[in-house]
Design a protein. Sequence first.
Length: 627
Amino acid sequence: MNNQEIAKKVIDALGGRENVNSVAHCATRLRVMVKDEGKINKEVIENLEKVQGAFFNSGQYQIIFGTGTVNKMYDEVVALGLPTSSKDDMKAEAAKQGNWFQRAIRTFGDVFVPIIPVIVATGLFMGVRGLFNALEMPLPGDFAIYTQILTDTAFIILPGLVVWSTFRVFGGNPAVGIVLGMMLVSGSLPNAWAVASGGEVTAMNFFGFIPVVGLQGSVLPAFIIGVVGAKFEKAVRKVVPDVIDLLVTPFVTLLVMSILGLFVIGPVFHVVENYILIATKAILGLPFGLGGFLIGGVHQLIVVSGVHHIFNLLEVQLLAADHANPFNAIITAAMTAQGAATVAVGVKTKNPKLKTLAFPAALSAFLGITEPAIFGVNLRFRKPFFLSLIAGAIGGGLASILGLAGTGSGITIIPGTMLYAGNGQLPLYLLMVAVSFGLGFALTYMFGYEDEVDATPSAKQAEVAEAKEEVAPAALQNETLVTPIVGDVVALADVNDPVFSSGAMGQGIAVKPSQGVVYAPADAEVSIAFPTGHAFGLKTTDGTEVLIHVGIDTVSMNGEGFEAKVAQGDKVKAGDVLGTFDSNKIAAAGLDDTTMVIVTNTADYASVAPVATGSVAKGDAVIEVKI
């Protein structure tokens, strides 16, 4: 099929032109906003020629075509009448998708996801300290105090982090937000934990009936204070003249919100938070592991619905209250079963394309990101997904029966072992993971997947072979690519984007930049230079096709903070500058600047292997390709 024929089939499978609100594209995928998701024939789209995968993310139906091809397919669908929109318009429209509950949970995610890395680090510190205790290796006094600083600080200032992040999400000044949040835990206030312990420290008393303490460890009150504070600040700014805005707005905001936070919102919502915590613990404490069975069974369904960020709030509350997180083990069971089902499909299928997709997606799941496994494999064939829910439920029930509870949140399965290394539960954790994996694999292998029968296999195979023959490079050579980005190497499976982490675009590496310069990884011709400056495609003189994609979803910045130094058709030498970018502006947009380096013609090679770890400097080798 030519591109126009494929485009027609894409539009028909999307439910026709009348079902499409708008279409845009980035470096690798077509992004479509639809009116009714139910009208999409996903099976047809996923099996179309040139389609490398499709999934829902952020309210968009994203169809992966790959670099170069996606530009042509975009032109074709627009020529056939699909309406276009800017990336900002699509992002704003995606934010409106779903009912009020889904939008509220999405907002919770926007607030708490930036805080998760701090909680992860704190959990690991707790694990390391616990490991020393388990080995009966007590630390000297000063070092013991230092470890308390590492493990306690994040929870002491947690309200400050929450208010800061909430101000950022709701359009307030984050600097005002963090100062307001730190006021709530000021050392001049009675410590909430000390007051609750019933010792000599007592609450302050205002007007004879309002008890006031610090909000150490509080999550929900800080979130509400952040929401009200950000909206109040914006309202004040509208009525204050610009000439005195710098003086008046922060002063009024901090004064009014500190009073409301300490005297009204804090006390009221602290009670609400306690009831939520009591209810959560009651569910987790149901007899015979029923709480874990229930949560383990529905967790991945909740991930599909996009409202799984509610667990962030509950996990942070549990950690702040008890420094123990039973949710982590239960969620680990559900995710392990999901990855195991994907492995079973990969082992059983004879379809090379599906094998290539399944195993990287499973690895991504075992590193804590299940979306590639869910959307790329298991939901596509339905039975693997639902059988993995059964396995996850049983594994979650076992986690509850064993009393497993991590010392942090945000990491699961393989990296999650660190959360159990220091609390004496590592053997039980590994047992739970093994049971969840075994059940997920066995159920799917025996009952969940059979290769689809192609009515005309020989004709289809001939068509694919002919297409490959037409596009195969004439003289591929073994080659070593040098890093296009200076920074720290990240495993591709750890990238928080299912298109890249699943390996659907090809194998490669990612780099967390320490400098905002993109270099050519080899002598090459620039095949793609996006005007937004966020992505480059190159074909080296030895035939390797390379995609360099700066950041995740940075196409939405429309070139702000990026500058391309080359154009399509330019010849470059290894180490030449392709473009520059500003990581601070990427962070200010709430995006991740992790840069992917992908060999997009991976299928043409016998081996595409990363060869770098840790930090990489200009000129360091990062990927070896071998024919």
